[in-house]
Design a protein around this ligand. Sequence first.
Ligand SMILES: C[S@@+](CC[C@H](N)C(=O)[O-])C[C@H]1O[C@@H](n2cnc3c(N)ncnc32)[C@H](O)[C@@H]1O
Length: 301
Amino acid sequence: MTNYTNFPRYLASKKSVDDRALNQESWNALASVLNTQDDLEILEIGGGIGTMIERLLENDTLEHVHYTLLDEQAENITEARQRLPKWAEEEGFVVSWEDEILHLRKMDKVTKITFLAEDVFDFLARQSTIQKYDLLIAHAFLDLIDIPATLPKLFEILRSSGHFYFTINFDGETIFESAIPYDEEIITRYHQTMDERIIDGKLSGDSHAGRHLFEHLRATGGEILSAGSSDWVVFSHAQNYPADEAYFLHFIINTVHDALLRDGVIAPRHIHDWASERHAQIKSGALVYIAHQLDFFGKIR
Ligand SMILES: C[S@@+](CC[C@H](N)C(=O)[O-])C[C@H]1O[C@@H](n2cnc3c(N)ncnc32)[C@H](O)[C@@H]1O
């Protein structure tokens, strides 16, 4: 059986899915702030291989910024350090490295990127009095952590007029079409594994992070300027999925499969049968996958 466990490839395959999904109003609200400010310090946490930087540059939203890309997995940061210069050259940027900072120049604009392979909690523990940011980005990340405990620490490193852009926050709905045996128990149990995830001895994760963010953001002093859905909708065209989205789907099915095996509640035979049928549906182009998610853009009060 093919191995669907290459995480950097999954993140690359997710880019086109996210491009379609991102909430346009929240994106426009972000873009209007980026377009009117200069010399911004941006921090992206859990930034993976840097596809959000590519997206921002593709849409001409960055002028003169210093962008810090932080992710705990060294493998992702290594991939980002290789991928971004290559991508930028193809897009017509002048690329250079100065003191380990990647400089991407086009016209009279320059984006400087610092790469950090570090756990965000270690980073926050050594940051509070040093560096402040104008914009904090967390994309497909907040639903993995303890949001109410972490948001106050994140807001502390924002400048007084700082903004946040928190996107692709999972919100409790996973849909696979067409229906097959065990769907209901598998999806219900999969969502429960998100709620029961323990990292470093602490409950981390929320299968309804999207809707809960309204309350968490306001309770922490955040003003929501825009919010809306950013559902993933993946389907084939003439039996083929666009870009590398078949890999994206295989990876998702594999993630559900492995989470449920670790969970140990549903019989392994049922989990295997379910996953095999879903992988076969992807190969024939039959699977439709929808995940409900929410995006937020705002500022601290
Ligand atoms: C679902 S991925 C999303 C990555 C990227 N934002 C994207 O959408 O392509 C979540 C990322 O968060 C990172 N991550 C998880 N926990 C982290 C932590 N405590 N500190 C820093 N990064 C973390 C993972 O390594 C992973 O790359």
